[in-house]
Design a protein around this ligand. Structure first.
Ligand SMILES: [Zn+2]
Length: 290
């Protein structure tokens, strides 16, 4: 089971989340059959969304839209405050690696664009905020969003590592935030530590990567674990929801589906699940419209 650990420095001046999102990203890859770069871009977006959702209280939903102008198209994900996340990438087939190192490339294929965050507090009045993409690598884009849009100086590191068959080996990351009251001296010390931190991919490869991340963030400083929360890829789509959507179509559209296609198949874009509606189902919907 994937998990997110919430922690705070003993001084109360910094807080950090560390995440293991390996199963989440593995399931996303399986459901969407993504190739290497698309897997990493989608996976990083899911992790970013898990961080943003963990930042919310109550029963909220957070949608992240990474809207780039290059090969990936849009990456869309939705997470709730119970640890569920779902998402998809428009182009599942981007597969570009550096020849020398084999490193999967992401940023250049996201291109220019926006990092959009929509928070729904369940009041029916969602709040939308966005910042320009800084690099398209997602981690930096999230750090910029948190610092600029939410006015909380933040550092973020997240990544998805693939095995030799381009399957997900490990995925996760961290977010560190400066809290009000942090001294200049403390901020300088944490900044230096983050700059000198081993590469996120090296930390993720540690046997216990949550512990390795916490160690890299806090060094010799004392900290306290506040909470451990479970994370999972989970889609809340249902036959009822798609049926309700079909029922909003015009009667002529439903009649056309019945006559020409003898039914309807709807594929959930978030999880790939297929829902079949027979000719009889459509007939009933048409009948109810009359
Ligand atoms: Zn679904």
């Amino acid at each position: 089971m994937d998990k997110l650990i919430k922690s705070i420095a003993a001084s109360g001046s910094f807080r950090a989340y560390v995440l293991d999102s390996t199963e989440t990203v593995r399931i996303a890859q399986e459901k969407h059959q993504t190739l290497s770069s698309s897997t990493v871009a989608l996976g990083r977006t899911l992790i970013a969304n898990q961080i943003l959702a963990a930042n919310q209280k109550g029963d909220s939903k957070v949608t992240v839209k990474v809207i780039g102008d290059s090969s990936f198209g849009h990456v869309i994900s939705v997470a709730d405050t119970k640890g569920n996340v779902k998402g998809y990438i428009q182009n599942t087939g981007v597969d570009v690696k550096k020849t020398a190192s084999g490193e999967v490339m992401v940023g250049p294929f996201m291109g220019q664009g926006q990092f959009v965050v929509i928070t729904d507090y369940g009041t029916g009045n969602p709040y939308t905020s966005s910042t320009p993409l800084v690099s398209g690598e997602i981690g930096e884009d999230l750090a910029y969003y948190l610092t600029e849009s939410e006015q909380t100086p933040s550092a973020v590191g997240l990544n998805v590592l693939l095995d030799e068959n381009d399957k997900v080996k490990v995925a996760g990351g961290f977010m560190l935030q400066v809290l009000p009251g942090a001294s200049e001296e403390e901020i300088a010390r944490y900044e230096k530590r983050i700059q000198e931190m081993p590469a996120i991919s090296a930390l993720l490869e540690s046997t216990d990567h949550a512990a390795a991340l916490l160690k890299a963030i806090y060094g010799e400083d004392d900290y306290k674990i506040l909470a451990e929360e479970n994370l999972q890829f989970s889609c809340d789509c249902s036959r009822q929801r798609f049926e309700a959507a079909l029922r909003t179509l015009a009667k002529t559209d439903l009649e056309e589906m019945k006559e020409e296609d003898h039914g309807a198949e709807i594929v959930c874009q978030f999880c790939g699940k297929k829902y079949q509606f027979t000719e009889t189902d459509l007939e009933e919907m048409i009948h109810d419209k009359a």
